[in-house]
Design a protein around this ligand. Structure first.
Ligand code: HEM
Length: 333
């Protein structure tokens, strides 16, 4: 008899492992089919591992870390796999250090980190409290990442849609001229008298649909939804796009105006998601979008550069959906 060694043994082990996984998958399918909603069955670990891209190992390694996060405890590894995050964190640390140096507890807080530092002081000696230096870093990082790219990407969609629809741009400018004029800057109070502009900003967000799959959530207990059993610990992905782009809801062109030209809120408008974990920055984002958009159209008219073809309105799907790169002409009004 001959013993299997080296390469032969390795190949056999892999074949047996794949065979067992397939048998297991078939069993699970049979058992679960009746209980789970339609769609891929939950085998995230295997699914992610199979996506390894040998041409781009750093990105593949990020996926592996997603599945086996305990590896992140290996000293020095997170910084190597996520260099951009490391650089960003260093910037946040610098900002917070400057804050600590100039912070005066006797004065009212200047901003959120100051208010957090007050709580950190109060919580000193209480290991149970979540007010600590590490959470302050993570909170600032969260707000930067959640708040910057989202608003700026929406603002990248707005001029694109204006150059593709110059009649809409003119209508917005007309409303700006009537309500705000050319002398003073726009204020939030102007919103109430600018239904058309409001409708356009909402349509930019609906059309841009920048976070089509929302943020993943996880069930904290077993739940049943419309007869489907979803066990505790399942990752759920909300398909915001299916609502924002639902043709049965968004049939007419002026989607946020009623017959009298008044702005109307629509239930299916949910670029900020919905429910208890709806975007925390929504009120701030709405202010930013209104003020930036009206300021820009008050001062400039945007158009496709002479001699260039109409740019595409198709989005590029990444972490969030950005417009395809485009150029525009900005003419002072
Ligand atoms: C146009 C701009 C924005 C859009 C489209 C947007 C969209 C979203 C969406 C879809 C979520 C996921 C909600 C869910 O888990 O179901 C979210 C979460 C969040 N957003 Fe925004 N966001 C925007 C701007 C902002 C701004 C300006 C900030 C803060 C300065 C911000 C802070 C956050 C935070 C902290 C969360 C997590 C909330 C939680 O899990 O409780 N966002 N956002």
């Amino acid at each position: 008899r001959e013993l299997l060694t080296g390469d032969a043994l390795w190949a056999l082990s892999v074949a047996v492992a794949v065979f067992l996984l397939l048998v297991d998958l078939m069993h699970r399918r049979q058992r679960w089919a009746a209980r789970y909603p339609p769609g891929p069955l939950p085998l995230p670990g295997l699914g992610n591992l199979l996506q390894i891209d040998f041409q781009n190992m750093p990105s593949s390694f990020q996926k592996v870390l997603n599945v086996v996060p305990v590896l992140l405890r290996i000293p020095g590894l997170p910084g190597r796999v996520f260099p951009a995050q490391k650089a960003f964190m260093a910037m946040v640390d610098e900002l917070l250090e400057e804050h600590r140096m100039t912070w005066d507890p006797a004065q009212p807080p200047r901003d959120l980190p100051d208010a957090f530092l007050v709580e950190v002081e109060k919580a000193k000696g209480n290991p149970e409290s979540s007010f600590n230096d590490e959470n302050l870093r993570v909170m600032v990082l969260d707000l930067f990442t959640a708040g910057m790219v989202t608003t700026s990407t929406t603002m990248a969609w707005a001029p694109l849609l204006m150059i593709l629809h110059p009649d809409v741009q003119r209508h917005v400018q007309q409303e700006i001229d009537e309500v705000i004029g050319q002398v003073r800057q726009p204020e939030m109070g102007d919103q109430a008298r600018m239904p058309f502009t409001m409708a356009v900003i909402h349509e930019v967000q609906r059309f841009g649909d920048i976070i089509p799959l929302g943020m993943p959530h996880m069930t904290s207990c077993d739940v049943e939804v419309q007869g489907f059993f979803i066990p505790k610990g399942t990752t759920l992905i909300t398909n915001l796009s299916s609502v924002l782009k639902d043709e049965t809801v968004w049939e007419k062109p002026l989607r946020f105006l009623d017959a009298q030209g008044h702005f109307v809120k629509r239930e299916a408008f949910m670029p900020f998601s919905a429910g208890r974990r709806v975007c925390l920055g929504e009120p701030l984002a709405r202010m930013e979008l209104f003020l930036f958009f009206t300021c820009l159209l008050q001062r400039f008219s945007f158009s496709v550069p002479p001699g260039q073809a109409r740019p595409s309105d198709r989005g590029v799907f990444g972490t969030i959906v950005t417009p395809s790169p485009y150029q525009l002409c900005a003419e002072p009004r």
